[in-house]
Ligand binder design. Structure first.
Ligand code: MBD
Ligand code: FE
Length: 309
């Protein structure tokens, strides 16, 4: 079929009726969004001459993605989660809210309610014989003043790139903790060095990425939510320097400011001091928090999460 078969005002009229614009009932904001997306979709179908087979192939794809609970993975994979970050960054700039640690995507694998501890924690359950990682730092305001009592909610993958809860072979809340900063605003934890996540083979996400010539790998990373009363909640990650996918993340989460130096410690005295018997890795990373201000775009995101059992 040729492209552009339908006049634009026909599309506009169809979308308006389908979105309930001529009805008094219903949610006005939802109508606005449904209307716009329908117009854009019909225009795309007409301009690209999307065939019936292509259309229903797309619907079957989405149906299966929903059944497999994969939208949380497709969204970062097609750059939309990063795009939302860019919009929030820009909105903050315009509201005069500069500074603070860079944000990056949350991703689909957070579980609320991880065990709490004060000052320090061990994240791994000891069953994964990976490289030991000690990470520590300070939570401060943009002027450098330490923030005591901040909550560092940290989660990361194991040496296979898998996350507890989603990986039934791991114990509950393995590699997930909430750490309250001490009087000097400090947090520290012992864990194992994560490996990068790869989209499950056979998943709808992997199928799409493969079909458009892309891979589904992330560099190794550690996720954080940092929150403190009076400050804007920070959602971020650090990436592990040297990873093959460091600047080739399928989820577009890498930011230059979020790649701390990884120190490899092999000195026998240091190893002993840390209570270990083999070399380990050390990362220091401080978080800088901006003050909450009235009217600024919210950084607390309401989003459905998987529930801990
Ligand atoms: C992850 O671990 C992740 O952080 C993102 C954004 C997507 C998939 C897996
Ligand atoms: Fe992740």
């Amino acid at each position: 079929m040729p492209a552009n078969l339908i006049k634009r005002d026909v599309i506009t009229a169809l979308a308006a009726r389908a979105a309930g614009l001529d009805q008094p009932e219903g949610n006005a904001r939802l109508k606005q969004v449904v209307n716009r997306l329908l117009v854009d979709l019909m225009v795309a179908i007409d301009e690209l001459d999307i065939s019936m087979d292509e259309f229903w192939c797309g619907i079957a794809y989405l149906t299966q993605a929903g059944k497999q609970n994969e939208f949380g993975l497709i969204v970062p994979g097609v750059v939309l989660e990063h795009f939302l970050d860019l919009r929030l960054d820009e909105a903050e700039q315009r509201a005069g809210l500069a500074g603070g640690t860079a944000r990056t995507i949350e991703g689909p694998l957070y579980i609320a309610g991880a065990p709490m501890s004060k000052g320090e924690a061990r994240l791994d359950d000891g069953t994964d014989d990976g490289e030991v990682l000690f990470m520590e730092g300070q939570v401060r305001d943009v002027s450098g003043k330490p923030i005591a009592g901040a909550i560092v909610d940290v989660w990361h993958a194991n040496t296979m790139g898998n996350y507890s809860h989603f990986d039934p072979t791991q114990t509950a809340f393995n590699l997930r903790r909430r750490i309250e900063t001490d009087a000097e605003g400090r947090y520290r934890f012992r864990s194992i060095m994560p490996s990068g996540y790869a989209c499950p083979s056979g998943s709808q996400t992997e199928k799409l990425l493969g079909a458009i010539g892309r891979h589904g790998n992330r560099p190794a990373h550690v996720h954080f939510f940092v929150s403190a009363s009076g400050y804007r909640k920070l959602t971020t990650q650090i990436n592990i320097d040297g990873d093959k996918y460091l600047h080739d993340d399928f989820a577009f989460g890498t930011r230059g400011e979020l790649i701390p130096r990884v120190e490899r410690v092999a000195d026998a005295g240091e190893i002993h001091k840390f209570g270990l018997n083999k070399p380990f890795a050390r990362i220091r990373f401080d978080f800088s928090m901006t003050k909450e201000v009235a009217g600024a775009p919210a950084t607390i995101v309401t989003r459905e999460h998987a529930e801990a059992a």
